[in-house]
Design a protein around this ligand. Structure first.
Ligand code: IPE
Ligand code: IPE
Ligand code: MG
Length: 251
């Protein structure tokens, strides 16, 4: 029988900021600023839907190849978000975590991150993970190296590997949404998404809304997740013509 599992971990590739701005004859950074204002709504929506973790892709390891001005804007927006949302994270009982290599960020931002991570660790609500300076392949390599360091000479298993990911408590991804119309994973949570449902929307991140999030959630909740198994087979008459044909074919 196919297993059903509720949607506990949602991951979002927040894409399309640059194109959204260009369509409105604005510079790309404007799209990032407008996009950053959408984040809070979607955090709220995921929390309302009872998610255990929401992981937002904000800056990939590959995004370092963008113009310096754009990179600086994205760094600033992260800092602003952490300062602005600190109170709300605590009020909403969220656990905040950055996944990725934050050593490239300015020192004051690193301090803000560590402080919010530490303070929100006592909370019991939804995990809010920000993937920043994040790469799925690097996360896999880091998990293996961290395992080897702790257990030299031992064989790694799926469980021990998963326990060494950046946020093991977030678990597998149940639903991955990408805004902006492209249908690819772009190096996001490669291990965790193995059996995740994928949903691609043409809407760009700055125009993404809570309502669309709820609709996607509803649609995907109705999908059958088979995890490699099968749906219940049709009951059929073993003496029927079809049964005879099947027996013939299996000879
Ligand atoms: C997503 O929007 C945000 C980041 C990757 C940081 P983009 O900046 O990729 O916008 P498009 O895809 O070029 O429109
Ligand atoms: C993915 O978007 C990364 C983030 C949303 C942070 P990109 O715009 O960088 O991805 P590609 O280049 O279209 O694959
Ligand atoms: Mg993009």
């Amino acid at each position: 029988m196919a297993k059903s599992k509720s949607i506990e971990h949602v991951a979002i590739i927040m894409d399309g900021n640059g194109r959204w701005a260009a369509e409105r004859a604005h510079r790309r950074v404007w799209g990032h600023i407008r996009g950053s204002n959408v984040v809070n709504d979607i955090v709220e929506a995921a929390d309302e839907m009872g998610c255990k973790a929401l992981t937002l892709y904000a800056f990939s390891t590959e995004n370092f190849s963008r113009p310096q001005e754009e990179i600086t804007t994205l760094f600033r927006l992260l800092k602003k978000f952490i300062k602005r949302e600190r109170k709300r994270v605590m009020e909403k009982n969220l656990r905040f975590k950055i996944i990725g290599d934050i050593s490239a960020l300015p020192e004051d931002t690193q301090k803000l991150i560590s402080s919010l991570e530490r303070d929100s660790m006592v909370n019991k609500g939804m995990w809010l993970n920000f993937a920043f300076s994040y790469g799925g392949r690097v996360e896999i390599i880091d998990a293996i190296n961290s395992f080897i360091e702790k257990n030299p000479g031992e064989q790694i298993t799926e469980e021990s590997f998963a326990a060494n990911l950046y946020n093991p408590e977030a678990g597998d991804v149940d639903l991955m949404i990408r805004t902006g119309g492209d249908q690819r994973i772009s190096n996001f949570l490669l291990w965790q998404v193995a059996y995740g449902e994928l949903y691609f929307t043409p809407n760009k991140w700055p125009e993404f809304t809570k309502e669309e999030f709820y609709q996607i959630f509803e649609k995907v909740s109705g999908r059958e997740r088979r995890f490699g198994s099968v749906a219940a087979d049709l009951d059929y008459d073993q003496t029927s013509a079809q049964a005879k044909l099947n027996k013939e074919l299996l000879k």
